[in-house]
Design a protein around this ligand. Structure first.
Ligand SMILES: NC(=O)c1ccc[n+]([C@@H]2O[C@H](COP(=O)([O-])OP(=O)(O)OC[C@H]3O[C@@H](n4cnc5c(N)ncnc54)[C@H](O)[C@@H]3O)[C@@H](O)[C@H]2O)c1
Ligand SMILES: O=C(O)C[C@H](O)C(=O)O
Length: 344
């Protein structure tokens, strides 16, 4: 009988769709709310699991066009303090976003099979447009991380929608996710130099597609002596890693390493919100670092209200300058595509 009651009580405490049901024993968790859009997907599910284990979030709000109720119930069986809630429909989306400090857009809206890559922009722009409208209305102050590809165009879509809805956008709070390229860069450099990957830091600038990803291997920390041949080999490996994994995963993106990178990014956002100083991450943001581009990925310093500082471009080698030139030409078109879509 007691077990039954406990089970029923536990069911209620799962709080799927009911954010008011909070366990007072969870109160010691840092009080931030994160909302995960597209939580049911290949990327969304491992992110939900990893964020459930984070000490920085009090509530993890799951939203997807397909119900996340079961996912929330299951995750709440994990005995970490934060509460996972799930929301459905338009009213649910508003509730999911309300009070969120961090929002992650990881949606992919194609009805086509995942193996048919098609044009991810055409597939994904409508959902990003619709969800950004809700974010602009219900949590304009949240740190908004755009994971949905093509990031090069989806960040401009997101920013333009905020401008349309609110008349302005805070460029310090909208981030395009590129961390997975940085993870790959550290790992590949470590492999070639036989060093521990977690000690290697490589700035990766530009954008998030093969010919816009520009690793700055000349500024690797600690300073490493790679031959020209090694630099070219590692650069190509970093640029093509997403597509290689996509093929090997038979038409699915790298869900797990992406989830790891997203968790690192949102935890760093949380630390910055709580006042930790000196946190830098690479992200694709509104920037005037490159005169011809309105958006660019580079190391940025985080603060309690978003990007505190976009770090200056380091001095590049001739090889890196050539890569950057190619990236700039593609980025101009990608940015234009996103802005025109949002303004049409
Ligand atoms: N930036 C990066 O480095 C990076 C890396 C990997 C994946 N991605 C991108 O992340 C996205 C997600 O990839 P995935 O493999 O998890 O896709 P997926 O198809 O497995 O999952 C996407 C989820 O989004 C949901 N969704 C679609 N439209 C929605 C809407 N309007 N509202 C709410 N939910 C909606 C779907 O129901 C689905 O559960 C893709 O755009 C992918 O390209 C980016
Ligand atoms: O989703 C993709 O196209 C690949 C993704 O950006 C990745 O780098 O793994």
């Amino acid at each position: 009988m007691k077990m039954k009651w406990l089970h029923a009580g536990r069911k209620l405490l799962c709080g799927a769709g009911n954010p008011n049901l909070k366990n007072p024993f969870r109160a010691h968790v840092r009080g931030l709310k994160i909302c995960l859009l597209g939580a049911k997907g290949t990327v969304g599910q491992p992110v939900s699991l990893m964020v459930k284990q984070s000490q920085w979030f009090e509530e993890v709000a799951l939203y997807d066009q397909s119900s996340c109720r079961g996912l929330a119930i299951e995750l709440n069986h994990i005995d970490t303090p934060c509460l996972v809630t799930s929301y459905e429909g338009e009213e649910g989306l508003k509730q999911a976003l309300k009070g969120s400090n961090v929002v992650v857009n990881m949606t992919r809206s194609s009805l086509k099979p995942v193996t048919d890559k098609g044009d991810p922009f055409i597939d994904n722009a409508p959902a990003t447009e619709q969800l950004s409208k809700f974010c602009a209305m219900h949590c304009p102050q949240a740190f908004h991380l755009v994971v949905t590809n093509p990031v090069n165009s989806m960040v401009p879509v997101t920013c333009e929608i905020y401008k349309k809805v609110n008349g302005c956008v805070d460029p310090a709070r909208i981030f395009g996710f590129t961390t997975v390229n940085v993870l790959r860069a550290s790992t590949f450099v470590a492999d070639i130099t036989q060093t521990p990957p977690e000690t290697i830091k490589v700035p990766v600038i530009g954008g998030n597609t093969e010919n816009t990803i520009v690793p700055i291997l000349s500024k690797t920390e600690p300073c490493l002596n790679l031959s020209t041949e090694e630099k070219v080999r590692v650069t190509r490996a970093i640029q093509s890693a997403g597509q290689e994994a996509f093929k090997a995963l038979e038409g699915k993106p790298s869900g797990l390493s992406t989830a790891y990178g997203i968790t690192r990014m949102v935890e760093n956002m949380a630390k910055a919100i709580f006042g930790e100083q000196g946190i830098t991450e690479c992200a694709y943001v509104m920037s005037n670092l490159i005169p011809d581009l309105r958006y660019f990925s580079s190391p940025v310093m985080l603060g309690p209200t978003g990007i505190q500082k976009i770090l200056p471009l380091p001095e590049l080698t001739n090889y890196e300058s050539c890569l950057l030139q190619t990236a700039v030409e593609t980025l101009k078109k990608d940015i234009q595509k996103g802005e025109s879509y949002a303004l049409s």
